[in-house]
Design a protein around this ligand. Structure first.
Ligand code: MSP
Length: 512
């Protein structure tokens, strides 16, 4: 296969309870991975856990568990989360794995060889919660404490010997890269933020710490551990067997097509990471996409704020596909959005149960009764039928383009409209009043089935399990889900038996 696509989620700081923000990043990445796969790409989809640094060391200490053991346990919860969310990731990397440690040491050595690293002394503000250094103008006072303006997390003053990366040297090269590659940072608003940050002047970056030990040791200076972000970012190439740049994975998949991240970690990905890569003479990823936050009220959902909606509990109560559908449809991609049980229930009832599930049930039941439970033959499309069917073939190029620009909302709106049109078509054509014109009756059923098939294919990246359940009507399996086949109007074979399926989505009774 010569079409390759590499997408990554951020690797997660393992915490005992993953929250909706974590689920969001992963589900969106899975959507793209699945779409590209059904569009004929070989996809590498990476997720994992980011296990070094003072934050993790302190969490383990507070629980009186040996750090590695703590990471082993907690990394497992994220691996399990991938299963709960039905992610189709092809790899799960842990930064405590040997393959990653070797890769980070190697990138350090390359940076050192290329004279991008020097030893000096760091003094400044540091947030353990963000594992980030802040300038004086990025912090503020709050109840007698110093906090970072953006994340509101506590900062502390540190002074210690540290290795530095010569970030300032890369300022102009970074700006040039942003200029030449207008899509490198998306969406545009995030691009503007990054550009103005870089233009305001980059200082060299402290990339080692001496006052704690939980990290990858600096080659030839074991008193220092490597800064957790230099460590973590390198995961994207460790998973491709870096430093062996001649191996198949690296050759196929680097540079990555997209690093999907939350907007809070944009600076690390859009400034530090490309600068590290430039300094190491490695190619830069094609795109960094900073999505919005999942809010609870108007605050970011986060463990420290105690306002978490637990994705695992939601999946237990509602199923994974409703959650995936909600997050993909109801959050305008690139912006912040919110989720509540009530919003989720409305979405299940109106979109999934009424518009999609009901259409599948209705047409199948009608076909059972009136077409011997077989895909009808003796068909002749009229302009109404063709209008409905052609909508897909006409838009196939559009859909691909919009997906390449991460316009998820275009994609889902297309499906919602197609479902609306299909329901309307079936109602308006009234096949139940065409029993004297079997050709017309058959054609209406056939056309609606074809549209259901196309819609199921498009729904697969969003709600894979339900799409596959619905495709059982036609005995179609995962291998039959090929995006380009939405252009075909005659895929279903007349005479083939159709299968009755269980209700796809149960309506949720509400008291209000
Ligand atoms: N370990 C770093 C990432 C290293 S990548 C080389 C990290 N981990 S995290 O667990 O704190 O966050 C992982 C991802 O979840 C980030 O993209 C972050 O933006 C996202 N989210 C965390 N809370 C979020 C919301 N409330 N809403 C949406 N996404 C947010 O950062």
């Amino acid at each position: 296969m010569d079409k390759h696509f590499y997408i990554t989620t951020p690797i997660y700081y393992p915490s005992a309870k993953p929250h909706m923000g974590h689920a969001y990043s992963s589900i969106i990445a899975d959507f793209f991975a699945r779409f590209k796969r059904i569009d004929g790409y070989e996809v590498h989809f990476l997720t994992g856990t980011d296990e070094h640094g003072l934050k993790i060391q302190r969490s383990a200490e507070s629980k009186k568990i040996e750090v590695q053991k703590f990471c082993d346990e907690i990394s497992k919860t994220f691996k399990n989360l991938s299963t709960t969310l039905n992610l189709s990731n092809t790899d799960f990397i842990r930064t405590t794995e040997k393959r990653h440690i070797d890769s980070v040491k190697e990138i350090w050595k390359i940076l050192e060889k290329n004279k991008s690293i020097y030893l000096s002394k760091y003094s400044g503000w540091y947030s353990i919660s963000d594992e980030a250094f802040y300038n004086e103008d990025e912090i503020e006072n709050s109840n007698g404490e110093k906090i970072a303006k953006q994340s509101k997390s506590k900062v502390e003053w540190i002074e210690e010997e540290s290795y530095f990366f010569n970030l300032s040297k890369w300022q102009d090269k970074l700006l040039e890269h942003y200029e030449k590659n207008p899509d490198f940072i998306s969406p545009q608003s995030k691009r503007n933020e990054v550009i103005s940050f870089v233009k305001s002047g980059l200082k060299d970056l402290s990339i080692s710490r001496k006052s704690f030990s939980w990290g990858i040791k600096v080659p030839n200076d074991p008193n220092h551990v490597i800064y957790v972000w230099l460590d973590a970012l390198t995961n994207y190439i460790s998973a491709l067997n870096f430093p062996n740049v001649n191996n198949k994975l690296y050759k196929k998949f680097w540079p990555a097509n997209i690093h999907l991240i939350g907007k809070d970690i944009l600076r690390f990905h859009a400034v530090y990471w490309p600068a590290f890569l430039m300094a190491a003479n490695l190619n830069l990823p094609q795109k960094i996409y900073g999505h919005g936050w999942i809010l609870s009220g108007d605050e970011k959902m986060s463990k420290s704020k105690g306002n978490i909606l637990d994705p695992i509990e939601i999946v237990k109560n509602y199923g994974i596909d409703p959650l995936r559908y909600y997050l993909i449809k109801e959050i305008s991609f690139g912006n912040d959005g919110s989720i509540s049980k009530k919003q989720l229930e409305n979405c299940i009832n109106s979109d999934l149960a009424n518009n999609f599930g009901n259409l599948c049930q209705r047409v199948t039941a009608f076909c059972e009764k009136n077409c011997n439970g077989k895909i009808p033959n003796n068909i002749e499309f009229n302009s109404n039928d063709l209008k409905l069917l052609d909508n897909f073939s006409k838009n196939v190029g559009n859909i691909r383009n919009e997906i390449n620009n991460q316009n998820i909302n275009f994609y889902i709106d297309f499906i919602v409209n197609a479902l609306f049109d299909a329901n309307k078509y079936f109602n308006d054509e009234e096949p139940w009043n065409r029993k004297n014109d079997l050709k017309r009756l058959n054609t209406i059923v056939y056309t609606t089935f074809e549209v259901i098939r196309k819609i199921c294919i498009m729904l697969y990246p969003i709600i894979p399990e339900s799409s596959l359940r619905a495709l059982k009507i036609f005995d179609l399996k995962e291998n039959d889900i090929i995006f380009s086949s939405i252009t075909d109007h005659n895929k279903l074979k007349p005479g083939d038996k159709i299968n009755k399926i269980e209700i796809l989505f149960k309506k949720i009774e509400k008291n209000d």
